[in-house]
Design a protein around this ligand. Structure first.
Ligand SMILES: Cc1ncc(COP(=O)(O)O)c(C=O)c1O
Length: 433
């Protein structure tokens, strides 16, 4: 059978998912000692002294920004490819989002754009390590220090990436990550913040009030979705899904495009808007976000932590075999930072040069089911009209980047086969120009 690879696979086994499903029904959710233990393990993995957890990445950002006691109208600089609710968090706090362009070679903040976007009112920069590309940030950090701008590093996609020459990949004021499904460490929704400064953590904790226990149904829905995705992307079932996708690409391409288009229908129960990740304007923080991390989640997170180094090592081995088999023309489409040693291979960003849909079909025809960033392009979202901006680098990244899938369960042989097919596809393209 032809080797075909799904666009993304979750980093968890079906057996663990079924165990989580069973333990959920009988779990004691409110053992704070388990949560403290998980926070201590996060500190140890990321080499930080202090950690706090919350319902999500966005709520950690919210509490941190609130703890800074900024003035209304103060500015938060950020790259535009992110979750729409990050913009809502900034606006709800009466702050102003200012979008900064990103560099297609790093998918991170572009120094020149930062220089021209900052003003006296700029107090915070949020730097997102998209696709796990950490590094080349020293100039940006220096500029922020000189201008007394606090730096939040969004490390959600970068767990385990060590692309810097020095040991510690992070140098901002605080590191914040998401633990939602599909991340290298997940607790089926969740977020955490890390710092070496106890005062920072104390100030954040002062802001955390009226948090409640998350509803079990939230996790039931998440575990079931994980199980569905795990089965659909498994080695035995995915070839059939691929056949279905082939049919759709041929006879109904719009339905394939819709798979990753922004969704506006709710996945949530009436009382829990947790998953409503729409680019809409919110007036207040929804109650569903004000939930703490429960002990069942903490146990799930500790299991991910116990497996992450082994999983990352395996992907790095496969990744280096894959890279060493790629032709220079193909390699030149991978951003510089993703080619460096220490990259976590969360997935491999890859730049298309022509029309995205037709190139996605070409990739699909050689067995690579692929897609680009599902995160919103917030500098062009109608909901945030008055902050919208044309940003050249970000437009290129959003419109032309797709991901080559990589997962620790793939065989070396399948990586070599895919590399060979990519080489053939793109060298044919060069010949045809
Ligand atoms: C880079 C990045 N930041 C933030 C998030 C979302 O964070 P949360 O849903 O935990 O608020 C995601 C998740 O998709 C992400 O990829």
């Amino acid at each position: 059978m032809m080797t075909v690879l799904p666009r993304f696979k979750y980093f968890v086994s079906l057996r663990s998912l079924i165990r989580d499903l069973m333990s959920l029904s009988i779990a004691n959710m409110n053992d704070r000692a388990e949560v403290k233990k998980f926070e201590a393990e996060l500190c140890s993995y990321f080499n930080r002294s202090h950690c706090m957890t919350a319902s999500s990445y966005r709520m950690c950002v919210y509490y941190y920004l609130k703890s800074l006691k900024l003035r209304p109208g103060d500015e938060v600089l950020l790259g535009p490819i992110t979750i729409a609710d990050l913009i809502n968090v900034i606006l709800i706090l009466d702050l102003k989002p200012v979008f900064v362009d990103i560099d297609p070679q790093t998918h991170n903040i572009c120094l020149d754009s930062l220089k021209s976007s900052k003003s006296k009112k700029s107090k915070v920069l949020i730097m997102t390590y998209l696709s796990g590309m950490v590094g080349e940030t020293s100039e940006v950090l220096k500029l922020c220090k000189e201008n007394e701008i606090k730096v939040i590093e969004d490390i959600s996609q970068a767990y385990g990436s060590r692309l810097c020459e020095d040991k510690d990949p992070y140098d901002g004021d605080i590191q914040i990550g998401s633990l939602s499904s599909g991340k290298l460490i997940s607790t089926y929704t969740g977020g955490f913040a890390l710092t070496n400064d106890k005062l920072v953590l104390d100030l954040i904790n002062n802001e955390i009030k009226e948090e409640i226990s998350p509803p079990k149904i939230r996790f039931l829905s998440e575990v079931l979705t994980n199980i569905k995705i795990n089965i659909a992307t498994s080695k035995t079932i995915f070839p059939f899904v691929y056949l279905l996708f082939s049919f759709l690409w041929k006879f109904s391409p719009n339905s394939m495009k819709k798979l990753t288009n922004t969704k506006f229908h709710t996945r949530s129960e009436k009382y829990d808007v947790f998953f409503d990740d729409f680019p809409i304007r919110r007036k207040e923080i929804p109650m569903g976000w004000k939930t703490f991390m429960c002990s069942w989640q903490a146990r799930v997170g500790m299991r991910y932590l116990s497996e992450i180094s082994k999983r990352n090592k395996r992907r790095q081995e496969l990744g280096s075999i894959f890279y060493s088999s790629l032709a220079e023309e193909v390699k030149s489409r991978i951003p510089r930072l993703a080619l460096k040693e220490g990259f976590n291979f969360y997935h491999i960003p890859f730049s298309l040069k022509g029309d995205k849909s037709s190139e996605l079909i070409e990739l699909f025809n050689i067995g690579v089911d692929s897609e680009g960033y599902g995160l919103n392009f917030c500098s062009e979202e109608k909901a945030f009209d008055e902050y919208c901006k044309k940003l050249k680098g970000a437009t290129h990244v959003k419109k032309h980047s797709v991901f080559l899938p990589l997962h620790e369960s793939y065989s070396k042989k399948s990586m070599l086969i895919i590399a060979e097919r990519l080489n053939r596809l793109f060298s044919e393209e060069v010949e045809n120009v």
